[in-house]
Ligand binder design. Structure first.
Ligand code: KG4
Ligand code: ZN
Length: 340
């Protein structure tokens, strides 16, 4: 009997539903919320309301795209956290309602584990997947971690940011330059035509495998302020070079720690996940480093790096196989840690 997972992701500002059968992706629908752009960041109350509006049509489309009937669903996977409480509540309540109506079990999924396991999303039964143990550089809007992944259920955080996340560094620097939210993709686009060596910014000196990005943000801000004093068009005139230079600096910081983690653990199987894993500079830098160091590098497709339900479906599929279904009494966990 095949196992069909309906997966629901609503942790932040994307409403997404996917269908996975026997580990293979059948559909993955994402409704990205645009209401936040004019506020320069995600407005939690508006996010919950948009999830409420989107969740039924997105689910209907995911089932239709997959040619799957509700009766064919084996289990419902949903994101329990981390994320915004209101947004999580919409997905969790909807999953619970479906579970009760269809008499199908629920599987709760940690969003961060979803990002790590996005590397196991298969488009066909023989799609290649990473082998355990591997190291995952998890870089998103809220997290920057290096994780030693022993199995789908055993993940150990060996490096973490002590302040801002890498995605936050992209977004904050973009904001200072007047670029629209979220800034990461826009910085990436402009970096491709800019000079990455035009400007240098102070890199943090943190020992071990931890990261820090708040100093970089300040260094970026001071550079703009100083240059602006002599030329009020400075940012406008140099925006592509600024994007390329800040992107290079963020990628170098990430890569240095990843290299150190690979050395310390002796693990050469390397994967990346999270929204910043879509970044062209980071993907190119990790591929090049991997070739040099004889790593096996797995880069998830870009559409599976930012928030999506396909990754929740894969993580839910692993848990379902392990018999880890959830009761209806569970509540969302906005601060759900990856190790929990
Ligand atoms: O994983 P994600 O979609 O949501 C969270 O769980 O946080 O990550 C969103 C983050 C944002 O900070 C966004 O600017 C960043 O990922 N991002 C990028 C790119 N695409 C998304 N950062 C740099 N380059 C990109 N191409
Ligand atoms: Zn995410």
């Amino acid at each position: 009997m095949s196992i069909t997972i309906l997966a629901i992701e609503s942790s932040c500002d994307d409403t997404s539903v996917a269908v996975i059968r026997d580990g293979v992706l059948l559909s993955n629908v994402i409704a990205s919320q645009t209401v936040h752009a004019e506020y320069g960041g995600v407005v939690p109350e508006l996010a919950s309301r948009s999830h409420q509006q989107n969740i039924i049509p997105v689910t209907a489309k995911a089932l239709k795209d997959a040619s799957v009937e509700r009766a064919d669903i084996t289990a419902i996977a949903y994101t329990r956290g981390p994320g915004l409480m209101g947004s999580l509540l919409v997905g969790a309540s909807f999953a619970k309602g479906l579970s009760i109506a269809l008499h199908k079990p629920m599987v709760e999924v940690n969003h961060l584990r979803g990002h790590v396991l996005a590397n196991f999303i298969k488009l066909s039964p023989d799609s290649p997947t990473p082998s355990f143990p591997f190291l995952c550089l998890l870089v998103s809007g809220g997290h920057t971690q290096i994780i030693r992944v022993v199995s789908p259920s055993v993940m150990e955080v060996i490096g973490n940011t002590i302040d801002d996340a890498a995605g936050e560094a992209f977004d904050k620097c973009a904001k200072v330059m007047g670029l629209p939210y979220p800034g990461g993709p826009e910085v990436d686009r402009r970096a491709q035509i800019g000079n990455p060596d035009a400007f240098t910014f102070a890199k943090p000196r943190i020992s071990g495998l931890d990261f820090s990005f708040s100093g970089l943000k300040t260094s970026f801000l001071y550079t703009l302020r100083d240059k602006y004093a002599g030329n009020s068009d400075f940012t406008k005139d140099n925006i592509d070079d600024l994007c390329a230079s800040i992107q290079k600096t963020i990628c170098t910081i990430l890569l240095e720690k990843l290299v150190l983690a690979a050395k310390q653990t002796g693990i050469k199987e390397i994967v990346i996940g999270g929204g910043v894993a879509a970044n062209s500079g980071l993907r190119a830098a990790i591929s090049a480093e991997g070739q040099k160091r004889k790593w096996t590098v797995h880069l998830p497709e870009r559409r599976f790096t930012t928030d999506n339900a396909a990754m929740i479906g894969v993580a839910g599929y692993f848990k379902y196989l392990a018999g880890q279904t959830a009761g209806h009494g569970q509540i969302p966990m906005p601060r759900y840690k990856i190790q929990e």
